[in-house]
Design a protein around this ligand. Structure first.
Ligand SMILES: NC(=O)c1ccc[n+]([C@@H]2O[C@H](COP(=O)([O-])OP(=O)(O)OC[C@H]3O[C@@H](n4cnc5c(N)ncnc54)[C@H](OP(=O)(O)O)[C@@H]3O)[C@@H](O)[C@H]2O)c1
Length: 251
């Protein structure tokens, strides 16, 4: 039985991952315990924790307490995150700070605290749910993309530092997934409507993520078409900018 910690546990993707992990000890973190209890109250091996993941001292205490009680954490899935798809000049300084706190700094802080323990043990897996927006920047996602590019940069370096200690770091970079993410990212539904035919289903993404657990997989980029677009973007950035700003501008 593996001990798996998941942040943003009440989210759409997390719910599907939990369904696929019935035999593991799950530690599920969220902002609202009542919400977590409603979702997971019947799960056999689950601990539900209400916490503000942007409070690093709370994370420090949590990790110390979990290691006292469980002795190990095999897998960390940094899943909490949100987006705002908005013109750059409509984003406030508060938005910038808050989104970096959740999408980037909390992911970094929890990763470095658990990575230190995993490194000591010579075993562990950190799975960072990032985004295709961390590989390809598009209009109206300047802030979201910045938080996710930073998360990928951090993860790529962490992977190298942990390589010789038996600890794996995987980044998961999905395109749009059908979850409540869009309630906040795209309240009027314009973007969602234009990408509807490309939307990934959360159960399908969760299945692919869960399959990587315990495997030394560098990155999981979904779907195939966007992974190809990402390769194209790397090779031909100017041309991709033209396409992304023109016919492929869905926001
Ligand atoms: N849906 C997509 O199109 C898509 C595409 C690529 C990547 N992603 C990434 O996938 C991850 C999971 O997203 P999802 O699609 O499952 O969306 P979701 O249903 O909105 O779930 C995201 C979860 O993150 C946590 N969260 C959101 N805002 C937060 C805040 N301000 N402070 C702390 N926690 C917060 C919440 O968990 P609690 O309420 O339990 O705290 C929320 O339920 C995110 O990192 C997202 O960026 C999503």
């Amino acid at each position: 039985m593996s001990t798996i910690l998941i942040t943003g546990a009440s989210g759409g993707l997390a719910q599907e991952m939990v369904k696929l992990l019935p035999n593991d000890q799950l530690i599920l973190l969220g902002r609202n315990k009542e919400k977590l209890s409603k979702l997971y109250g019947n799960h056999p091996n689950v601990e539900l924790i209400e916490i503000d993941i942007t409070d690093d001292s709370a994370l420090e205490n949590l990790v110390a307490d979990l290691y006292l009680r469980y002795g190990k954490i095999d897998v960390l899935i940094n899943n909490a995150g949100y987006g705002i798809f908005e013109d750059f000049d409509r984003i406030s300084v508060q938005d910038i700070h808050q989104m970096f706190e959740v999408n980037t700094f909390a992911l970094m802080n929890l990763s470095r605290r658990l990575a230190a323990r995993m490194k000591e043990r010579g075993k562990g897996h950190i799975i960072n749910i990032v985004s295709m927006a961390g590989l390809i920047a598009t209009a109206k996602s300047s802030l979201y993309s910045a938080t996710k590019f930073a998360a990928i940069g951090f993860s790529n370096s962490l992977r190298l530092e942990l390589m010789s200690y038996g600890v794996y770091v995987t980044t998961v970079n999905p395109g749009p997934i059908r979850t409540s993410f869009f309630n906040q990212a795209d309240p009027d539904g314009t973007y969602l409507k234009s990408v509807d035919r490309f939307l990934l289903e959360p159960d399908e993404v969760a299945r692919k993520i869960v399959k990587t657990i315990g495997k030394n997989k560098r990155e999981l980029n979904l779907p195939v078409l966007l992974n190809l677009a990402h390769k194209f973007y790397t090779l031909f950035p100017k041309l991709t900018d033209k396409l992304a700003g023109g016919i492929f501008n869905y926001k």
